[in-house]
Ligand binder design. Structure first.
Ligand SMILES: Nc1ncnc2c1ncn2[C@@H]1O[C@H](COP(=O)(O)OP(=O)(O)OP(=O)(O)O)[C@@H](O)[C@H]1O
Ligand SMILES: [Mg+2]
Length: 515
Protein backbone atom coordinates (compact mmCIF):
# COMPACT_ATOMS: atom_id res chain seq x y z
CA UNK A 1 0.00 0.00 0.00
CA UNK A 2 2.70 2.48 -0.86
CA UNK A 3 3.77 4.05 -4.07
CA UNK A 4 2.25 5.93 -6.94
CA UNK A 5 -0.89 4.88 -8.75
CA UNK A 6 -2.80 6.33 -11.68
CA UNK A 7 -6.47 6.23 -12.63
CA UNK A 8 -7.65 7.25 -16.09
CA UNK A 9 -11.27 8.04 -16.90
CA UNK A 10 -11.08 7.96 -20.66
CA UNK A 11 -14.38 9.65 -21.46
CA UNK A 12 -16.13 10.08 -24.78
CA UNK A 13 -16.15 13.82 -24.24
CA UNK A 14 -13.54 14.43 -21.56
CA UNK A 15 -10.63 12.54 -20.08
CA UNK A 16 -9.41 12.93 -16.52
CA UNK A 17 -6.32 11.49 -14.90
CA UNK A 18 -5.68 11.28 -11.17
CA UNK A 19 -2.52 10.28 -9.37
CA UNK A 20 -2.63 8.74 -5.94
CA UNK A 21 0.46 8.79 -3.79
CA UNK A 22 0.61 6.73 -0.64
CA UNK A 23 3.39 6.99 1.90
CA UNK A 24 3.84 6.93 5.64
CA UNK A 25 2.05 10.29 5.92
CA UNK A 26 -1.08 9.03 4.21
CA UNK A 27 -2.81 9.20 0.87
CA UNK A 28 -2.76 12.14 -1.48
CA UNK A 29 -4.59 12.61 -4.74
CA UNK A 30 -3.35 14.89 -7.49
CA UNK A 31 -5.43 15.71 -10.53
CA UNK A 32 -3.07 15.47 -13.48
CA UNK A 33 -5.69 16.10 -16.17
CA UNK A 34 -9.03 17.65 -15.34
CA UNK A 35 -11.64 16.99 -18.02
CA UNK A 36 -9.35 17.43 -20.98
CA UNK A 37 -11.50 17.20 -24.14
CA UNK A 38 -11.03 13.78 -25.78
CA UNK A 39 -10.30 15.35 -29.14
CA UNK A 40 -7.51 14.94 -31.63
CA UNK A 41 -6.83 16.95 -34.80
CA UNK A 42 -4.50 15.39 -37.37
CA UNK A 43 -3.23 17.59 -40.20
CA UNK A 44 -4.24 16.21 -43.59
CA UNK A 45 -0.97 16.97 -45.38
CA UNK A 46 0.88 14.08 -43.73
CA UNK A 47 3.10 16.46 -41.78
CA UNK A 48 2.57 14.47 -38.61
CA UNK A 49 1.17 17.61 -36.99
CA UNK A 50 -1.27 16.64 -34.24
CA UNK A 51 -3.29 18.87 -31.91
CA UNK A 52 -4.99 17.62 -28.78
CA UNK A 53 -7.56 18.47 -26.12
CA UNK A 54 -8.45 22.11 -25.51
CA UNK A 55 -6.30 23.22 -28.46
CA UNK A 56 -8.83 21.43 -30.65
CA UNK A 57 -12.00 22.21 -28.74
CA UNK A 58 -11.65 25.97 -28.89
CA UNK A 59 -10.32 26.18 -32.45
CA UNK A 60 -12.49 23.52 -34.00
CA UNK A 61 -14.04 25.77 -36.66
CA UNK A 62 -10.71 27.19 -37.78
CA UNK A 63 -9.12 23.75 -37.87
CA UNK A 64 -11.68 21.87 -39.99
CA UNK A 65 -10.17 23.03 -43.32
CA UNK A 66 -6.72 21.58 -42.72
CA UNK A 67 -7.21 19.01 -40.00
CA UNK A 68 -9.20 15.84 -39.56
CA UNK A 69 -10.89 16.11 -36.18
CA UNK A 70 -11.49 12.90 -34.29
CA UNK A 71 -13.81 12.55 -31.31
CA UNK A 72 -15.79 9.84 -29.45
CA UNK A 73 -12.88 7.36 -29.51
CA UNK A 74 -14.56 4.85 -27.25
CA UNK A 75 -17.47 4.46 -29.66
CA UNK A 76 -15.01 3.75 -32.48
CA UNK A 77 -13.23 0.98 -30.57
CA UNK A 78 -14.47 -2.54 -31.23
CA UNK A 79 -16.36 -1.58 -34.39
CA UNK A 80 -13.60 -2.12 -36.93
CA UNK A 81 -14.08 1.54 -37.89
CA UNK A 82 -11.21 3.37 -39.59
CA UNK A 83 -10.64 7.00 -40.53
CA UNK A 84 -9.22 7.89 -43.90
CA UNK A 85 -6.64 10.63 -43.55
CA UNK A 86 -4.57 11.60 -46.57
CA UNK A 87 -5.45 8.39 -48.34
CA UNK A 88 -4.34 6.26 -45.40
CA UNK A 89 -6.74 4.18 -43.32
CA UNK A 90 -6.07 4.62 -39.63
CA UNK A 91 -7.67 2.12 -37.28
CA UNK A 92 -9.59 3.00 -34.11
CA UNK A 93 -6.78 1.37 -32.10
CA UNK A 94 -4.13 3.57 -33.73
CA UNK A 95 -6.25 6.70 -33.28
CA UNK A 96 -6.86 5.90 -29.62
CA UNK A 97 -3.15 5.20 -29.16
CA UNK A 98 -2.39 8.64 -30.68
CA UNK A 99 -4.82 10.31 -28.28
CA UNK A 100 -3.41 8.52 -25.23
CA UNK A 101 0.10 9.33 -26.38
CA UNK A 102 -0.81 13.04 -26.59
CA UNK A 103 -2.45 12.82 -23.16
CA UNK A 104 0.68 11.26 -21.71
CA UNK A 105 2.84 13.99 -23.29
CA UNK A 106 0.51 16.71 -22.06
CA UNK A 107 0.73 15.40 -18.50
CA UNK A 108 4.49 15.05 -18.69
CA UNK A 109 4.83 18.65 -19.87
CA UNK A 110 2.37 20.02 -17.32
CA UNK A 111 3.40 18.06 -14.26
CA UNK A 112 6.59 16.14 -15.03
CA UNK A 113 4.82 12.85 -14.30
CA UNK A 114 5.29 9.94 -16.67
CA UNK A 115 2.39 7.52 -16.70
CA UNK A 116 3.39 4.02 -17.69
CA UNK A 117 0.62 2.01 -16.04
CA UNK A 118 -2.88 2.74 -14.80
CA UNK A 119 -6.35 1.46 -14.02
CA UNK A 120 -8.86 2.60 -16.63
CA UNK A 121 -12.53 3.19 -16.01
CA UNK A 122 -14.72 2.01 -18.88
CA UNK A 123 -18.44 1.93 -19.76
CA UNK A 124 -20.29 -0.94 -18.10
CA UNK A 125 -21.21 -2.55 -21.39
CA UNK A 126 -17.78 -2.23 -23.00
CA UNK A 127 -17.43 -5.48 -24.92
CA UNK A 128 -14.46 -7.76 -24.49
CA UNK A 129 -13.27 -6.68 -27.95
CA UNK A 130 -13.43 -3.03 -26.90
CA UNK A 131 -11.48 -3.85 -23.73
CA UNK A 132 -8.87 -5.72 -25.74
CA UNK A 133 -8.53 -2.88 -28.25
CA UNK A 134 -8.26 -0.23 -25.53
CA UNK A 135 -5.62 -2.35 -23.79
CA UNK A 136 -3.73 -2.59 -27.08
CA UNK A 137 -4.01 1.14 -27.80
CA UNK A 138 -2.80 2.01 -24.30
CA UNK A 139 0.10 -0.40 -24.79
CA UNK A 140 1.11 1.36 -28.02
CA UNK A 141 1.02 4.66 -26.12
CA UNK A 142 3.27 3.13 -23.46
CA UNK A 143 0.63 2.67 -20.76
CA UNK A 144 0.09 -0.80 -19.30
CA UNK A 145 -3.53 -1.35 -18.27
CA UNK A 146 -3.43 -2.82 -14.76
CA UNK A 147 -7.16 -3.34 -14.70
CA UNK A 148 -10.49 -2.08 -15.89
CA UNK A 149 -13.34 -0.95 -13.69
CA UNK A 150 -16.85 0.21 -14.64
CA UNK A 151 -17.06 3.99 -14.78
CA UNK A 152 -20.00 4.04 -12.42
CA UNK A 153 -18.26 1.80 -9.87
CA UNK A 154 -15.12 3.94 -10.09
CA UNK A 155 -17.27 7.05 -9.57
CA UNK A 156 -18.78 5.44 -6.46
CA UNK A 157 -15.32 4.89 -5.01
CA UNK A 158 -14.28 8.43 -6.03
CA UNK A 159 -17.30 9.89 -4.22
CA UNK A 160 -17.07 7.63 -1.17
CA UNK A 161 -17.06 10.60 1.19
CA UNK A 162 -20.50 11.71 -0.04
CA UNK A 163 -22.14 8.29 0.33
CA UNK A 164 -20.27 6.71 3.18
CA UNK A 165 -23.44 6.43 5.27
CA UNK A 166 -25.47 4.55 2.71
CA UNK A 167 -25.33 0.84 2.12
CA UNK A 168 -27.10 0.26 -1.20
CA UNK A 169 -26.42 2.91 -3.78
CA UNK A 170 -27.24 3.18 -7.48
CA UNK A 171 -24.67 5.21 -9.38
CA UNK A 172 -26.14 7.07 -12.33
CA UNK A 173 -23.21 8.23 -14.48
CA UNK A 174 -24.54 10.17 -17.45
CA UNK A 175 -21.71 11.35 -19.66
CA UNK A 176 -21.27 12.58 -23.21
CA UNK A 177 -21.60 9.26 -25.00
CA UNK A 178 -22.91 6.73 -22.53
CA UNK A 179 -25.13 6.25 -19.54
CA UNK A 180 -23.59 3.84 -17.04
CA UNK A 181 -25.45 2.55 -14.03
CA UNK A 182 -24.10 0.35 -11.25
CA UNK A 183 -26.00 -0.81 -8.19
CA UNK A 184 -23.55 -1.35 -5.38
CA UNK A 185 -23.77 -2.66 -1.88
CA UNK A 186 -21.26 -2.14 0.85
CA UNK A 187 -21.12 -5.14 3.16
CA UNK A 188 -18.56 -4.66 5.89
CA UNK A 189 -15.42 -3.72 4.08
CA UNK A 190 -16.50 -5.30 0.81
CA UNK A 191 -18.16 -3.61 -2.11
CA UNK A 192 -20.43 -5.72 -4.26
CA UNK A 193 -21.58 -4.82 -7.74
CA UNK A 194 -25.16 -6.12 -7.60
CA UNK A 195 -26.04 -5.12 -11.14
CA UNK A 196 -24.85 -2.88 -13.92
CA UNK A 197 -26.31 -1.73 -17.19
CA UNK A 198 -25.24 0.70 -19.85
CA UNK A 199 -26.64 2.41 -22.89
CA UNK A 200 -25.24 4.52 -25.69
CA UNK A 201 -27.15 7.60 -24.70
CA UNK A 202 -25.46 10.78 -23.58
CA UNK A 203 -25.04 14.51 -23.83
CA UNK A 204 -23.92 14.23 -27.48
CA UNK A 205 -27.37 12.84 -28.35
CA UNK A 206 -29.07 15.72 -26.55
CA UNK A 207 -26.92 18.22 -28.48
CA UNK A 208 -27.87 16.52 -31.74
CA UNK A 209 -31.59 16.63 -30.91
CA UNK A 210 -31.39 20.33 -30.14
CA UNK A 211 -29.26 21.00 -33.24
CA UNK A 212 -31.80 19.17 -35.39
CA UNK A 213 -34.62 21.25 -34.02
CA UNK A 214 -32.79 24.51 -34.65
CA UNK A 215 -31.79 23.28 -38.08
CA UNK A 216 -35.36 22.38 -39.08
CA UNK A 217 -36.52 25.89 -38.13
CA UNK A 218 -33.81 27.44 -40.31
CA UNK A 219 -34.18 24.91 -43.13
CA UNK A 220 -37.83 25.88 -43.67
CA UNK A 221 -36.91 29.52 -43.92
CA UNK A 222 -33.74 29.24 -45.97
CA UNK A 223 -34.32 26.11 -48.01
CA UNK A 224 -31.53 23.98 -46.49
CA UNK A 225 -31.47 20.21 -46.97
CA UNK A 226 -31.27 17.83 -43.99
CA UNK A 227 -28.92 18.50 -41.06
CA UNK A 228 -26.64 15.68 -42.23
CA UNK A 229 -26.35 17.26 -45.67
CA UNK A 230 -24.88 20.47 -44.20
CA UNK A 231 -21.09 20.97 -44.44
CA UNK A 232 -19.18 19.45 -41.50
CA UNK A 233 -18.02 22.90 -40.43
CA UNK A 234 -21.62 24.13 -40.08
CA UNK A 235 -22.76 20.99 -38.28
CA UNK A 236 -19.89 21.23 -35.79
CA UNK A 237 -20.63 24.90 -35.23
CA UNK A 238 -24.33 24.32 -34.55
CA UNK A 239 -23.60 21.36 -32.26
CA UNK A 240 -21.15 23.44 -30.26
CA UNK A 241 -23.63 26.31 -29.90
CA UNK A 242 -26.32 23.84 -28.82
CA UNK A 243 -24.02 22.30 -26.20
CA UNK A 244 -23.40 25.74 -24.70
CA UNK A 245 -27.15 26.50 -24.71
CA UNK A 246 -27.86 23.14 -23.03
CA UNK A 247 -25.28 23.81 -20.31
CA UNK A 248 -26.69 27.28 -19.72
CA UNK A 249 -30.17 25.83 -19.30
CA UNK A 250 -28.90 23.75 -16.39
CA UNK A 251 -28.65 26.99 -14.44
CA UNK A 252 -30.82 29.51 -16.25
CA UNK A 253 -34.43 29.51 -17.46
CA UNK A 254 -33.73 31.12 -20.79
CA UNK A 255 -30.81 31.11 -23.19
CA UNK A 256 -30.07 32.68 -26.55
CA UNK A 257 -28.65 30.77 -29.45
CA UNK A 258 -26.81 33.27 -31.63
CA UNK A 259 -25.55 31.84 -34.89
CA UNK A 260 -23.15 34.09 -36.77
CA UNK A 261 -23.02 31.96 -39.87
CA UNK A 262 -24.87 28.72 -40.29
CA UNK A 263 -25.41 27.72 -43.92
CA UNK A 264 -24.30 31.27 -44.71
CA UNK A 265 -27.05 32.96 -42.69
CA UNK A 266 -27.00 34.44 -39.23
CA UNK A 267 -29.83 33.95 -36.78
CA UNK A 268 -30.81 34.42 -33.21
CA UNK A 269 -33.18 32.24 -31.24
CA UNK A 270 -34.14 32.18 -27.61
CA UNK A 271 -34.80 28.86 -25.95
CA UNK A 272 -36.64 28.40 -22.69
CA UNK A 273 -36.09 25.65 -20.16
CA UNK A 274 -39.63 24.38 -20.82
CA UNK A 275 -39.09 24.11 -24.58
CA UNK A 276 -35.83 22.30 -23.92
CA UNK A 277 -37.42 19.92 -21.43
CA UNK A 278 -40.25 19.02 -23.84
CA UNK A 279 -37.69 18.34 -26.54
CA UNK A 280 -35.55 15.96 -24.53
CA UNK A 281 -38.17 14.26 -22.38
CA UNK A 282 -38.02 10.97 -24.40
CA UNK A 283 -34.25 10.70 -23.73
CA UNK A 284 -34.70 11.59 -20.06
CA UNK A 285 -37.38 8.88 -19.78
CA UNK A 286 -35.12 6.35 -21.51
CA UNK A 287 -32.39 7.13 -19.00
CA UNK A 288 -34.82 6.76 -16.08
CA UNK A 289 -36.09 3.49 -17.58
CA UNK A 290 -32.57 2.06 -17.61
CA UNK A 291 -32.22 2.92 -13.94
CA UNK A 292 -35.49 1.09 -13.18
CA UNK A 293 -34.29 -1.94 -15.13
CA UNK A 294 -30.96 -2.02 -13.32
CA UNK A 295 -32.65 -1.75 -9.94
CA UNK A 296 -34.97 -4.61 -10.84
CA UNK A 297 -32.00 -6.65 -12.01
CA UNK A 298 -30.28 -6.04 -8.67
CA UNK A 299 -33.48 -7.07 -6.92
CA UNK A 300 -33.13 -4.34 -4.36
CA UNK A 301 -35.54 -1.61 -5.37
CA UNK A 302 -37.19 -1.42 -1.98
CA UNK A 303 -33.98 -1.30 0.05
CA UNK A 304 -32.12 1.24 -2.05
CA UNK A 305 -30.65 4.04 0.08
CA UNK A 306 -29.42 6.55 -2.45
CA UNK A 307 -28.85 7.42 -6.07
CA UNK A 308 -25.51 9.06 -6.74
CA UNK A 309 -25.62 11.28 -9.82
CA UNK A 310 -22.36 11.87 -11.61
CA UNK A 311 -21.26 12.74 -15.17
CA UNK A 312 -21.83 16.03 -16.97
CA UNK A 313 -25.32 15.17 -18.27
CA UNK A 314 -26.58 14.55 -14.72
CA UNK A 315 -26.69 18.34 -14.47
CA UNK A 316 -29.66 18.43 -16.83
CA UNK A 317 -32.53 19.77 -14.78
CA UNK A 318 -35.21 17.50 -16.27
CA UNK A 319 -33.45 14.34 -15.01
CA UNK A 320 -32.73 15.83 -11.59
CA UNK A 321 -36.35 16.89 -11.16
CA UNK A 322 -37.68 13.54 -12.33
CA UNK A 323 -35.49 11.62 -9.86
CA UNK A 324 -36.19 13.95 -6.95
CA UNK A 325 -39.93 13.62 -7.61
CA UNK A 326 -39.94 9.86 -7.89
CA UNK A 327 -37.29 8.80 -5.34
CA UNK A 328 -37.24 11.33 -2.50
CA UNK A 329 -40.84 10.47 -1.38
CA UNK A 330 -39.71 6.85 -1.11
CA UNK A 331 -36.85 7.89 1.14
CA UNK A 332 -34.24 7.21 -1.51
CA UNK A 333 -31.82 10.12 -1.46
CA UNK A 334 -30.68 11.72 -4.66
CA UNK A 335 -27.07 12.70 -4.06
CA UNK A 336 -25.14 15.08 -6.29
CA UNK A 337 -21.46 14.99 -5.86
CA UNK A 338 -20.81 18.68 -6.29
CA UNK A 339 -17.11 18.62 -5.71
CA UNK A 340 -14.76 17.00 -8.16
CA UNK A 341 -17.63 15.47 -10.07
CA UNK A 342 -15.63 15.55 -13.30
CA UNK A 343 -12.73 13.64 -11.84
CA UNK A 344 -14.66 11.25 -9.59
CA UNK A 345 -14.22 8.21 -11.84
CA UNK A 346 -10.50 8.86 -12.39
CA UNK A 347 -10.03 9.29 -8.65
CA UNK A 348 -11.88 6.04 -7.97
CA UNK A 349 -9.82 4.25 -10.64
CA UNK A 350 -6.58 5.53 -9.05
CA UNK A 351 -7.70 4.23 -5.70
CA UNK A 352 -8.72 0.88 -7.13
CA UNK A 353 -5.27 0.71 -8.69
CA UNK A 354 -3.78 0.98 -5.23
CA UNK A 355 -5.85 -1.37 -3.11
CA UNK A 356 -6.00 -5.14 -3.22
CA UNK A 357 -9.22 -5.40 -5.12
CA UNK A 358 -10.38 -7.96 -7.56
CA UNK A 359 -13.32 -9.17 -9.53
CA UNK A 360 -14.68 -12.34 -8.08
CA UNK A 361 -17.18 -14.69 -9.60
CA UNK A 362 -20.56 -14.31 -8.07
CA UNK A 363 -21.89 -17.43 -9.70
CA UNK A 364 -20.84 -21.00 -10.24
CA UNK A 365 -20.12 -22.13 -13.77
CA UNK A 366 -20.78 -25.85 -13.89
CA UNK A 367 -21.78 -28.81 -16.04
CA UNK A 368 -25.24 -30.31 -15.66
CA UNK A 369 -24.76 -34.06 -15.31
CA UNK A 370 -27.25 -36.68 -16.50
CA UNK A 371 -28.47 -37.21 -12.93
CA UNK A 372 -29.20 -33.43 -12.74
CA UNK A 373 -26.31 -32.85 -10.33
CA UNK A 374 -24.20 -29.79 -11.11
CA UNK A 375 -20.47 -30.39 -11.35
CA UNK A 376 -18.76 -27.04 -10.78
CA UNK A 377 -15.96 -25.94 -13.10
CA UNK A 378 -15.50 -22.50 -11.54
CA UNK A 379 -16.99 -21.62 -8.19
CA UNK A 380 -18.42 -18.58 -6.47
CA UNK A 381 -15.67 -16.40 -5.04
CA UNK A 382 -12.92 -17.33 -7.53
CA UNK A 383 -10.71 -14.40 -8.42
CA UNK A 384 -10.65 -13.31 -12.04
CA UNK A 385 -8.73 -14.26 -14.18
CA UNK A 386 -9.45 -17.90 -13.43
CA UNK A 387 -9.12 -21.21 -15.23
CA UNK A 388 -10.71 -24.53 -14.33
CA UNK A 389 -8.12 -26.48 -16.33
CA UNK A 390 -9.39 -29.42 -18.37
CA UNK A 391 -12.00 -31.39 -16.50
CA UNK A 392 -12.71 -34.86 -17.83
CA UNK A 393 -16.23 -36.33 -18.10
CA UNK A 394 -17.19 -39.72 -19.43
CA UNK A 395 -20.17 -40.77 -21.50
CA UNK A 396 -22.78 -42.95 -19.82
CA UNK A 397 -24.18 -44.43 -22.99
CA UNK A 398 -22.99 -45.23 -26.47
CA UNK A 399 -24.15 -42.33 -28.57
CA UNK A 400 -22.90 -40.30 -31.52
CA UNK A 401 -23.59 -37.00 -29.86
CA UNK A 402 -23.12 -35.57 -26.40
CA UNK A 403 -25.23 -32.70 -25.15
CA UNK A 404 -23.20 -30.42 -22.95
CA UNK A 405 -25.21 -28.08 -20.75
CA UNK A 406 -23.35 -25.38 -18.84
CA UNK A 407 -25.31 -23.93 -15.94
CA UNK A 408 -25.02 -21.64 -12.93
CA UNK A 409 -25.57 -22.93 -9.41
CA UNK A 410 -29.34 -22.63 -9.76
CA UNK A 411 -29.36 -24.70 -12.91
CA UNK A 412 -29.94 -21.68 -15.16
CA UNK A 413 -28.53 -22.49 -18.57
CA UNK A 414 -25.52 -20.42 -19.59
CA UNK A 415 -24.80 -22.29 -22.82
CA UNK A 416 -25.59 -25.54 -24.56
CA UNK A 417 -23.64 -27.41 -27.22
CA UNK A 418 -23.91 -30.73 -28.95
CA UNK A 419 -20.57 -32.39 -29.47
CA UNK A 420 -20.25 -35.10 -32.12
CA UNK A 421 -18.59 -38.15 -30.55
CA UNK A 422 -17.60 -41.56 -31.88
CA UNK A 423 -19.90 -43.36 -29.53
CA UNK A 424 -17.55 -45.30 -27.30
CA UNK A 425 -18.00 -45.49 -23.56
CA UNK A 426 -14.24 -45.22 -23.32
CA UNK A 427 -14.45 -41.78 -24.86
CA UNK A 428 -13.93 -38.80 -22.59
CA UNK A 429 -15.18 -35.24 -22.96
CA UNK A 430 -12.80 -32.53 -21.81
CA UNK A 431 -14.36 -29.28 -20.68
CA UNK A 432 -12.54 -26.18 -19.57
CA UNK A 433 -13.93 -22.88 -18.29
CA UNK A 434 -11.89 -19.69 -18.16
CA UNK A 435 -12.57 -16.09 -17.31
CA UNK A 436 -9.81 -13.84 -18.61
CA UNK A 437 -8.59 -10.44 -17.42
CA UNK A 438 -10.99 -8.73 -19.83
CA UNK A 439 -13.83 -10.68 -18.16
CA UNK A 440 -14.50 -12.96 -21.11
CA UNK A 441 -15.97 -16.22 -19.84
CA UNK A 442 -15.20 -19.00 -22.30
CA UNK A 443 -16.11 -22.68 -22.35
CA UNK A 444 -13.97 -25.02 -24.46
CA UNK A 445 -14.81 -28.67 -25.02
CA UNK A 446 -13.69 -31.60 -27.14
CA UNK A 447 -13.93 -35.34 -27.17
CA UNK A 448 -10.73 -37.35 -26.73
CA UNK A 449 -11.50 -39.19 -29.97
CA UNK A 450 -11.81 -35.94 -31.91
CA UNK A 451 -9.25 -33.66 -30.31
CA UNK A 452 -9.09 -31.56 -33.46
CA UNK A 453 -12.74 -30.55 -33.10
CA UNK A 454 -12.58 -28.07 -30.22
CA UNK A 455 -15.80 -26.21 -29.51
CA UNK A 456 -15.52 -22.76 -28.01
CA UNK A 457 -18.40 -20.75 -26.59
CA UNK A 458 -18.31 -17.33 -25.04
CA UNK A 459 -20.82 -17.00 -22.20
CA UNK A 460 -22.97 -13.95 -22.87
CA UNK A 461 -22.79 -12.57 -19.37
CA UNK A 462 -21.42 -13.67 -16.07
CA UNK A 463 -22.06 -12.15 -12.73
CA UNK A 464 -19.08 -10.69 -11.01
CA UNK A 465 -18.70 -8.80 -7.83
CA UNK A 466 -16.09 -6.19 -7.28
CA UNK A 467 -14.43 -7.25 -4.13
CA UNK A 468 -12.69 -4.35 -2.57
CA UNK A 469 -11.64 -3.22 0.83
CA UNK A 470 -13.43 -0.06 1.84
CA UNK A 471 -11.36 0.94 4.82
CA UNK A 472 -12.16 4.31 6.36
CA UNK A 473 -8.48 4.86 7.14
CA UNK A 474 -7.56 5.05 3.48
CA UNK A 475 -9.84 7.98 3.10
CA UNK A 476 -8.03 10.77 1.24
CA UNK A 477 -6.12 13.06 3.55
CA UNK A 478 -5.35 15.56 0.89
CA UNK A 479 -6.83 16.45 -2.41
CA UNK A 480 -4.62 18.64 -4.50
CA UNK A 481 -4.60 19.54 -8.13
CA UNK A 482 -1.56 19.88 -10.25
CA UNK A 483 -1.13 23.62 -10.20
CA UNK A 484 -0.80 24.16 -13.91
CA UNK A 485 -3.99 22.31 -14.68
CA UNK A 486 -6.01 24.36 -12.26
CA UNK A 487 -4.96 27.61 -13.88
CA UNK A 488 -6.91 29.19 -16.74
CA UNK A 489 -5.63 28.06 -20.16
CA UNK A 490 -5.92 31.59 -21.60
CA UNK A 491 -2.44 32.88 -22.44
CA UNK A 492 -0.96 34.57 -19.36
CA UNK A 493 -4.07 34.44 -17.19
CA UNK A 494 -3.50 33.01 -13.74
CA UNK A 495 -7.18 32.78 -12.78
CA UNK A 496 -8.58 29.60 -11.26
CA UNK A 497 -10.35 27.23 -13.64
CA UNK A 498 -14.11 27.75 -13.69
CA UNK A 499 -15.16 25.49 -16.56
CA UNK A 500 -13.56 23.71 -19.53
CA UNK A 501 -10.09 24.81 -18.46
CA UNK A 502 -10.91 28.53 -18.41
CA UNK A 503 -11.50 30.96 -15.58
CA UNK A 504 -14.97 32.47 -15.25
CA UNK A 505 -14.00 35.51 -17.31
CA UNK A 506 -12.22 33.68 -20.13
CA UNK A 507 -14.84 30.95 -20.30
CA UNK A 508 -17.34 33.65 -21.27
CA UNK A 509 -14.73 35.43 -23.40
CA UNK A 510 -13.99 32.24 -25.35
CA UNK A 511 -17.70 31.62 -25.78
CA UNK A 512 -18.17 35.13 -27.14
CA UNK A 513 -15.18 34.68 -29.46
CA UNK A 514 -16.62 31.49 -30.91
CA UNK A 515 -19.98 33.13 -31.64
N1 LIG B 1 -23.94 21.79 -16.68
C1 LIG B 1 -24.23 20.89 -17.62
N2 LIG B 1 -25.51 20.69 -18.02
C2 LIG B 1 -25.82 19.77 -18.97
N3 LIG B 1 -24.91 19.02 -19.60
C3 LIG B 1 -23.63 19.16 -19.24
C4 LIG B 1 -23.21 20.09 -18.24
N4 LIG B 1 -21.86 20.01 -18.11
C5 LIG B 1 -21.45 19.07 -18.99
N5 LIG B 1 -22.51 18.57 -19.66
C6 LIG B 1 -22.48 17.54 -20.72
O1 LIG B 1 -21.93 16.37 -20.15
C7 LIG B 1 -21.24 15.64 -21.16
C8 LIG B 1 -19.84 15.36 -20.69
O2 LIG B 1 -19.92 14.70 -19.47
P1 LIG B 1 -18.72 13.82 -18.92
O3 LIG B 1 -17.50 14.66 -18.88
O4 LIG B 1 -19.21 13.16 -17.69
O5 LIG B 1 -18.63 12.78 -20.13
P2 LIG B 1 -17.54 11.70 -20.46
O6 LIG B 1 -17.11 11.05 -19.19
O7 LIG B 1 -16.51 12.28 -21.32
O8 LIG B 1 -18.41 10.73 -21.35
P3 LIG B 1 -18.67 9.17 -21.22
O9 LIG B 1 -18.77 8.88 -19.75
O10 LIG B 1 -19.95 8.98 -21.95
O11 LIG B 1 -17.51 8.55 -21.88
C9 LIG B 1 -21.23 16.51 -22.41
O12 LIG B 1 -22.26 16.07 -23.27
C10 LIG B 1 -21.56 17.88 -21.86
O13 LIG B 1 -22.21 18.69 -22.81
MG1 LIG C 1 -17.74 9.46 -18.00
Amino acid sequence: MSGIHFGIDFGNTNTSVVQLTTDAKGTKYTVLADSVPSLLAIRRNDSGDVLFGRQVKFRRQQLTEEYEIISSFKSLLGTGATKRIDGKEISAIELTARLLHELKDHIRQQTGMDIDNATFSIPVDFTSRQRRELREAAGIAGITVNSFVSESTAAYVGCLDDIRHYSKVAVFDWGGGTLDISVLEKVGTELKELAKRGQNLGGDDIDRILANKIHVGLAEKHGFGSFDSMPARDRDYLLERCEIAKIELSEEDLTRLNLVSYGGVSSNKSLSINEFRDLIIPEVKRAAQLLEETLNLAGCYAQLDAILMVGGSSNIRAIRQLFEMSFEPRNIHVVYSEKDVQVAAAKGAAWLDSVPSAYRLQQTIGVLMSDQVIHPLLDVGETVPCDSGEVRFSLIEESTSANIIIVDKNGRRLCVDTLPVKGFLTEAINIRATVDEDLNAVIQMYSTHRPEDVRRQVLPSIELSYDLEVKPEIKPMNFVRSKRDNICSYRDCNGMVYRDGYCRYHFRYEKAASK
